[in-house]
Design a protein around this ligand. Structure first.
Ligand code: ATP
Ligand code: MG
Length: 154
């Protein structure tokens, strides 16, 4: 289905804004251009919302989350960057596994099941896209998602 990614992201931000405001986290959204992609809208919305939810959850008070939407002729690019606790190099390879949570976050009061990123990963794979993680402990995390704009299968 044709999915307006700008509208999708604005909807996600609107829904998660109370969570961010509670922690005084500033959400900044930058849209380079309008992008319409053939996608499973419900699944993709959940996939990107998981990333924004994590960015808010794993960022201390007064931090910031920057979301960017861009595209070229073939692909849409969505990035979610935070100024949070980061992910140790030794754990980055495992965060897409089901139920995997990094030690430091495992018994935080901000509970979770460890399923979010595995769902995000499989949805992006289903869209023939890719997902990359750049992270530094105590500095923050950036997750970059690419999905082809035109999908014959969806
Ligand atoms: P759920 O999403 O099911 O509520 P969760 O957030 O713990 O639980 P995932 O979203 O799959 O699970 O993330 C897996 C783990 O990766 C998290 O527990 C956390 O340790 C780490 N992680 C994910 N995103 C970030 C981030 N933006 N900054 C720091 N750590 C992160
Ligand atoms: Mg999560």
């Amino acid at each position: 289905k044709e999915t307006d990614l700008n509208e999708m992201i604005e909807g996600i931000i609107k829904r998660l804004l109370p969570l961010a405001q509670e922690k005084k986290i500033f959400i900044h959204y930058e849209k380079e251009r309008d992008v319409v992609a053939m996608a499973d809208e419900m699944k993709l919305t959940l996939a990107i919302a998981n990333l924004v939810d994590n960015a808010i959850k794993y960022t201390p008070e007064n931090g910031s989350v920057v979301i960017n939407l861009d595209a070229d002729h073939q692909n849409a690019f969505i990035s979610v960057a935070d100024t949070g606790i980061g992910i140790p190099d030794t754990e980055v390879g495992r965060i897409f596994e089901r139920f995997y949570r990094v030690d430091k976050t495992r018994d935080r009061e901000t509970g979770g099941t460890g399923l979010g990123l595995s769902i995000t990963h499989s949805t992006i794979m289903m869209h023939n896209g890719s997902i990359k993680v750049y992270s530094k402990e105590e500095e923050g995390t950036t997750i970059l998602v690419r999905i082809p704009i035109r999908q014959s299968v969806l």
